[in-house]
Ligand binder design. Structure first.
Ligand SMILES: [Zn+2]
Length: 678
């Protein structure tokens, strides 16, 4: 597949520059993918021919290029599916995604290929460290597909994976269906005191839809959160709390057909069996094989250490809430009194701050911060093949003045665009057969657009989001690694991939940087000093309680996956973990595990600790700037060369240690969260 060879089949096969988003139609997707998969299969057949030498150049390099090209063909499809969805595109996307998944599992289970990689890893002695790392990761990936197993075990492993995937979907469906089946209807407005206008409007609209008078509340998160944070009637909060914490269980009044207890009791032993088949002691060990953390006991020790350091702050925060309430608090009172205390203490609302954060100013400030600390330059260029009028494009030049990469921004909410914010790969790195080729990224958000009399204005939360996604963008684009599989964010372990993004967030919270990213959209005036103090003060609000809550989830997740083999039930572990960690007594009917989709339906199994783990890294990395200067370019250059430019080509601990001059410590996170105050 030459760079332009198949242009006639589909615009997606033109790999000469960025994808031609403005020419891609739903009809152009499947022919392109079919052609790309044929090319992929031909590549594999070629490298495995008898006359081919088994070395990096003849086996790994062609496969790296193949993976890179397949990703180039597919990336614009999944991007358009997310930002410019249509029924046609969604159909073809789902159909093709299945083919692609099937193809990659075929590659992962190719025994000849696996043996070739093993041979190269063990016998080729002139590999550079990035090549070695690439091979180590590839071999683990093959092995996690079960390729190293004898026939019978391999079939057993494949069956377990299919069964697990069905159970995980079932888990998610039960949570969704159970939530959807629940509603609360009232015609008595006096019960709804305190609930914000937008939640009331939604409930009134829902009632109309159901041909009812009054208000009908559903059990989606925004509604639940609005009621728990603002409803002044505690019996109403208790009603919602009971419904929420008993989802997909038999502890409340939900239909027992949604009960996830039997689903969990099937998932855990199957995960254990899968892990054992591959030679791991348990599923935690299996999950950690590709992560930065070395072992389950290391993770548990880390969580317990952080819990011990969070406890005093959490008890103090709880005491503050109980002082305000004038009584002992029940689980359904915590959010409500937290919001009241936050209002009293910080008197700061999103709407008060929004006029000070025009998007243009925030972007310019963000870029100037990055330019200064990383010795790069960023300028806007005309967007090539834009898929919407909102799209803009920027080029980043590295310290050597050479183009490091480009990125698209698509920052405003609109119809047919997925919610949330993310960074995505448009064109990955590949210097194997394209030495000058620089990567291209997508930076996507869902901010409120400008209106007739105001430019686009952001909340501070949205500013933090922008910094976060820009951190991922830099990680993706500044990479200097020539091999696609370990360049950019590829090959970076799950528990370290949020380091650059969370690290960048810190720059949105500094007295030194706020003037660079803010200024009233009419007068250009800076944010008043007392407002700055309140904003910065609000960062650590209830940090102890929040920290303990995340630790409770993470420790539960790690322990069930380590201790299942000893026959301890997940409910026993849940009770145990609560006793050990929580300062707020849980309600007796709380069955949060039954709706813990991250771990039972998603990819966070024995990995939920990653959130806190990456926070330790990012806080500690940022503290290197606190020790010198917030915009210190020496420190910034070191971060760029040790972390951002290395991608997955070096072990995450090595990269961090090289930057920081020592292993990470928890101290900076403890300080940033205000957990160290007496
Ligand atoms: Zn992120």
């Amino acid at each position: 597949m030459d760079q332009n060879f198949d242009r006639a089949i589909s615009p997606l096969l033109d790999l000469s520059d960025v994808p031609a988003f403005d020419q891609i139609t739903a009809d152009s997707v499947e022919p392109a993918l079919n052609r790309a998969l044929t090319y992929g299969r031909e590549t594999i057949a070629n490298v495995l021919q008898d006359n081919q030498p088994t070395d990096f150049e003849h086996v790994v390099a062609p496969l790296e290029i193949m993976g890179h090209r397949l990703e180039r063909v597919w990336a614009p499809v999944s991007h358009l599916n997310a930002v410019k969805n249509s029924d046609d595109l969604r159909d073809v996307y789902n159909r093709c995604l299945e083919k692609l998944t099937q193809y990659w599992s075929e590659v992962g289970q190719n025994q000849e290929l696996y043996k070739a990689y093993l041979k190269i890893r063990d016998e080729q002695h002139n590999l550079d460290p990035a090549q070695q790392r690439l091979l180590d990761l590839a071999v683990i990936n093959f092995e996690l597909e079960g390729v190293g197993l004898a026939d019978e075990q391999r079939r057993e492993y494949a069956d377990i994976k299919i069964e697990l995937s069905a159970l995980q979907s079932k888990f998610e469906e039960n949570v969704l269906d159970c939530s959807n089946a629940w509603s609360f209807h009232t015609e008595d407005k006096s019960r709804l005191g305190g609930i914000p206008e937008n939640a009331l409007n939604r409930a009134a609209g829902e009632a109309v839809q159901r041909k009812l008078d009054g208000w009908c509340f559903t059990l989606d998160f925004p509604t639940y959160n609005a009621v728990m944070s603002h409803a002044s009637d505690s019996t109403l909060r208790k009603l919602f709390h009971d419904a929420w914490v008993t989802r997909a269980s038999t502890a409340g009044d939900h239909d027992p057909k949604y009960d996830n207890t039997p689903v969990i009791e099937q998932i855990l032993p199957l995960r254990q069996q899968a892990a054992e088949l591959l030679g791991y002691a348990d599923y935690a060990e299996y999950s950690l094989a590709r992560k930065m953390a070395e072992s389950g006991s290391e993770v548990e020790a880390f969580l317990r250490d952080l819990a011990a350091r969070s406890k005093n702050a959490a008890l103090r925060e709880l005491a503050d809430l109980e002082n305000l309430a004038g009584t002992r608090l029940q689980p359904w009172d915590i959010s409500y009194y937290s919001e009241r205390l936050r209002e009293a203490r910080f008197e700061i609302s999103d709407e008060l701050l929004r006029p000070y954060f025009p998007l243009e100013k925030a972007l310019a400030g963000l870029f100037s911060i990055a330019e200064r600390i990383f010795a790069i330059s960023i300028r806007e260029i005309p967007p090539v093949h834009a898929w919407h009028d909102d799209v803009r494009m920027y080029q980043i030049d590295g310290p050597d003045g050479q183009r490091a990469g480009r990125f698209y921004t698509d920052l405003f909410a609109r119809q047919k665009k997925r919610g949330g914010a993310w960074m995505g790969e448009c064109v990955g790195h590949n210097r194997l057969d394209n030495p000058g080729g620089a990567a291209v990224a997508f930076l996507v958000c869902n901010f409120m657009p400008a209106d007739a009399d105001k430019p686009a204005l952001l909340t501070h939360d949205e500013i933090v989001t922008l910094f976060h996604e820009f951190g991922h963008t830099l990680h993706m684009l500044l990479s200097k690694v020539p091999y696609p599989g370990v360049a950019g964010i590829n090959g970076v372990p799950w528990d370290a991939v949020e380091l650059p993004s969370q690290f960048m967030e810190n720059f949105a919270w500094q007295k030194e940087t706020l003037p660079l990213i803010s200024g009233h959209y009419e007068s250009g005036e800076p944010i008043p000093g007392d407002m700055v103090d309140r904003l910065l003060g609000s960062r650590t609000f209830n940090a102890g309680l929040q920290s303990l809550r995340q630790i409770e989830f993470a420790l539960f997740d790690m322990r069930i996956h380590r201790e299942h083999k000893s026959g301890v039930s997940f409910t026993t572990i849940l009770d145990d973990v609560r006793k050990e960690i929580a300062v707020i007594p849980g309600a007796a009917n709380n069955r949060f595990a039954n709706a813990f989709s991250h771990v039972f339906a998603g990819g966070y199994a024995a990995g939920y600790y990653s959130y806190k783990w990456a926070e330790v890294l990012s806080a500690d990395a940022f503290s290197a700037f606190e020790e010198t200067a917030i915009l210190d370019d020496d420190t910034g250059n070191r971060f760029r060369s040790s972390v951002l430019e290395r991608g997955g080509a070096v072990d995450a601990m090595t990269a961090f240690t090289e930057f920081r001059g020592r292993a990470p410590t928890i101290d900076a996170l403890v300080r940033h969260n205000g957990l160290n105050q007496p």
